[in-house]
Design a protein around this ligand. Structure first.
Ligand code: ADP
Ligand code: MG
Length: 764
């Protein structure tokens, strides 16, 4: 009898060759296979009848093949199958699909799934590119018929071509479930399951694959059957329990108890260039109270673009320095590190302490790096500002008290605490800053190992940014407007999605490989995004052949057809913006050049900065009042919001102009409209989350956030809350009705799930 951790190659029907294919999908064990859930179900018990369909509806239909033909049209070969149901017929069409030739025979029963559309020529319906399955006929073996016909049938994403598609998975999983019958270990305590009315793990696994007769179909489609809820809860519970335990362990660790007395307060007052907002005061209060406590601080400071996080961080750093400790600030890009360095020098000029401030980035020359490392190591540098280099250059701080990590989503959750301290020194405090306005409940649940402070208020005197959408053809008017603003001594950014369009259409990715990828608005992907928003599987339409039309439209000449930063810099400089000082900034410039350009823009020696998304995060030039984003439809919502956040930072009225290219998809439209409608980062984040799905929103990879097997953070927010409550409760005291054995199972599962997620044995 197989156990759940049996290597998948020993599972009946798999074998070594298939196991290799499954390994590519991260399926290593019997358990992994069981947690590969159907992404939808077909009700073959009560199939839909053609006469009840409405155009626009997504439906699954069972019918009889009446005819099939490959039609060679002028543009491409079409494959057409007519499916009949009594006196009704449905025409199914696949583009570019000669491979379907010979697959269908008249008289076969098939199930098709797709969007029903009215057919132009007849009163019948048609489906474009439906998914299909030819159902077994009476000659098939009993097992096949049992799994395929007359029941609610699970539909799986293929695990490798047509061979490992749904039909194969149904059989293998069905047999596997028989095999593990009675031996699936329960990992949650009985009393918890009872209290939450959730089924056992074994029942959940069985019913999620093979729903019992009578399961309400809508529940299945929304993944909210008790079986689904149980598996989703389980996954989220172990995430939350791990976070909770981490947080508790941190509170027990020995850190530094900083003093925050009048002297420290005076030192802060001395440097503050303006009155902090109420939100800034509150956040600083929370931070300082953590710093005074003897356990290490782990706090997330969240605030929308322009809410003034930097000054809060600098104040916290001053507290550390006043206590005789070093403080470090780690930024995601060299541009930002340099900007922070200059800002710190300016700010602390006023301080009577005159801290020694040191910059450490990868592009400094070796001598300078060596000198700076020495200063840091001997504790002579009070304030250290840098990039990843702070980790990579193996700098050991003499007496590190506080680490501030700016824009953590670029770093990855795990890396953020790896900064170097000497072995015999106490654990430094850590403050993470992010401008990603994560909806509060999600933030609390996902960063459960961090405490949260929020800046929910902008500094006074900010005027709303005027946001306009302009079609690309009206560019002349835009350039005219830029000229006018420059004539009033203002500055402007003009952002393009790619560095160089014609030579290679590589998106600007050198700093920020963030998931919204910025420039990835390939029509296929937008289709996927829409699918996700609808809650159907995002992954089912994979191949370019599925959308030949869309691909052609976006790619008129087989090239990107995008305006690029390099090309437009040249055109603008010599054309519409001639006479202005126009600079160019992108990720492929070497670090010194970037630095020079940025400084000149900061000092007002450049009027217009043509750039890529390198300027997306954090750049602070209050005199810049115009942000033009070209091909705005290509950027993600979070990115547009960040870009817009580069202006409106001073007292002058600011403008964000979203120029569009030729074709804007529905999702693109939605994003642009949202940008025009609101400036509220949280509102945009909610929308972004619902449009893209959490995986992409959080950038699973970059953020080191878990890749969920069954949960979906957007869909399952309520279960996430429940899991969090239960995890906190369990961590405090599992209660008398949880046996020692059950506690052992929880611990084992916790370890296993964190290991799988993070490759770590961290959660004990
Ligand atoms: P972000 O939160 O996006 O990092 P910054 O820290 O860069 O924002 O602050 C944005 C701008 O607002 C900066 O120019 C900063 O000097 C200014 N600022 C911050 N706090 C205040 C305040 N309380 N009053 C006036 N201006 C402020
Ligand atoms: Mg910032």
């Amino acid at each position: 009898m197989p156990a759940l951790d049996t290597p998948v190659k020993f599972v009946r029907g798999v074998g070594p060759h298939v196991a290799d294919l499954l390994a590519q999908k991260s399926i290593q064990t019997a358990e992994d296979l069981l947690y590969h859930l159907p992404f939808r179900y077909e009700d073959r018990q009560n199939p839909r009848s053609l006469d009840e369909l409405k155009p626009g509806e997504v439906a699954s239909i069972i019918g009889e093949v009446r005819g099939a033909a490959l039609l060679r049209t002028r543009r491409m070969p079409l494959f057409e199958v007519t499916i009949g149901q009594g006196r009704f017929a449905l025409k199914c069409i696949w583009f570019n699909a000669p491979y379907l030739n010979g697959k269908f025979q008249a008289g076969q029963t098939v199930a098709v799934y797709g969007k029903v559309e009215a057919s132009r020529s007849t009163s019948n319906f048609k489906m474009i590119q439906p998914q299909f399955e030819i159902l077994p006929d009476a000659s098939a073996d009993a097992e096949t018929r049992l799994l395929e016909v007359g029941r609610i049938t699970p539909v799986y994403e293929s695990l490798g071509g047509s061979r490992l598609a749904s039909r194969w998975q149904r059989k293998v999983i069905f047999n596997l479930l028989e095999g593990v019958h009675g031996v699936v270990p329960e990992c949650l305590p009985r009393s918890m399951l009872d209290r939450l009315s959730l089924p056992s793990r074994e029942i959940a696994l069985r019913e999620v694959h093979f729903p019992p007769e009578g399961t309400p179909f809508p529940q299945l489609q929304s993944f909210s059957t008790p079986a689904h809820r149980r598996l989703i809860f389980e996954e989220l519970f172990f995430l939350e329990l791990g976070l909770e335990l981490k947080r508790r362990r941190m509170k027990q660790r020995e850190g530094i108890a900083f003093a925050a007395n009048d002297k420290v307060r005076e030192a802060i007052r001395e440097v503050l260039p303006f009155h902090p907002t109420a939100a800034q005061k509150r956040a600083l209060g929370e931070i300082v109270s953590d710093m005074r406590a003897p356990s290490p601080m782990r706090r997330l400071l969240q605030g929308d673009v322009g809410s003034g996080k930097t000054i809060v961080a600098f104040q916290a750093m001053l507290v550390a320095m006043e206590n005789g400790y070093q403080a470090a600030l780690m930024a995601p890009t060299e541009i930002l590190a340099t900007q922070h360095y200059l800002a710190a020098r300016k700010l602390f000029e006023r301080s009577s302490r005159k801290p020694r401030i040191v910059l450490l980035t990868g592009s400094l020359d070796e001598d300078r790096k060596r000198t700076n490392r020495g200063l840091i190591n001997r504790g002579e540098a009070d304030l250290v500002i840098g990039t990843h280099a702070l980790i990579e250059e193996k700098v050991e701080f003499g007496k590190l008290g506080l680490v501030v990590v700016d824009e953590q989503h670029r770093f990855g959750v795990l890396q953020r605490f790896k900064l170097m301290k000497k072995p015999n020194q106490p654990e430094p405090d850590v403050l993470v800053m992010t401008a990603t306005p994560i909806p509060r409940t999600l933030a609390l649940s996902l960063y459960g190992d961090l405490d949260l402070s929020i800046l929910d208020e902008l500094p006074p005197g900010r005027m709303p940014i005027v946001t306009r959408r302009v079609a690309g053809e009206r560019a002349t008017e835009v350039w005219e407007f830029v000229r006018k603003q420059v004539a009033q001594s203002r500055q402007a950014y003009i952002v393009y999605p790619v560095i160089e369009g014609s030579k290679d259409d590589q998106p600007e990715l050198d700093f920020s490989q963030e998931p919204d990828g910025g420039v990835d608005s390939h029509p296929l992907r937008q289709e996927r995004e829409k699918d996700e928003a609808r809650g159907t599987s995002a992954r089912k339409c994979k191949t370019a052949e599925l959308f030949p039309k869309a691909v052609r439209e976006a790619n008129p000449n087989g090239r990107s057809g995008l305006r690029s930063a390099v090309e437009m810099h040249e055109k603008l400089r010599t054309g519409p913006l001639a006479g202005l000082r126009v600079g160019l900034l992108h990720g492929r410039l070497d670090a010194d050049d970037k630095d020079v350009i940025m400084r000149r823009f900061q000092r007002g020696e450049i009027d217009v900065l043509v750039a890529t998304t390198v300027i997306e995060v954090g750049v602070d030039v209050p005199n810049a009042t115009v942000m033009v984003v070209d091909h705005a439809e290509r950027f993600g919502l979070a990115q547009l919001h960040q870009l817009r956040g580069r202006v409106g930072r001073g007292a002058a009225k600011s403008y964000c102009i979203l120029m569009t290219g030729d074709r804007v998809s529905d999702v693109g439209e939605e994003r642009l409209n949202a940008m025009v409608r609101t400036q509220d980062g949280f509102e945009l984040a909610e929308l972004d989350l619902s449009m893209r799905g959490p995986g992409e929103f959080f950038g699973t990879r970059q953020a080191g956030l878990p890749d969920f097997r069954v949960a979906n953070l957007l869909r399952d927010r309520q279960l996430l809350e429940l899991a969090k409550q239960e995890a906190a409760r369990f961590a405090i005291d599992p209660g008398p009705d949880v046996t020692q054995e059950e506690r052992g199972h929880v611990r084992a599962q916790l370890k296993q799930s964190w290991q799988r997620r993070y490759g770590l044995v961290e959660a004990g």
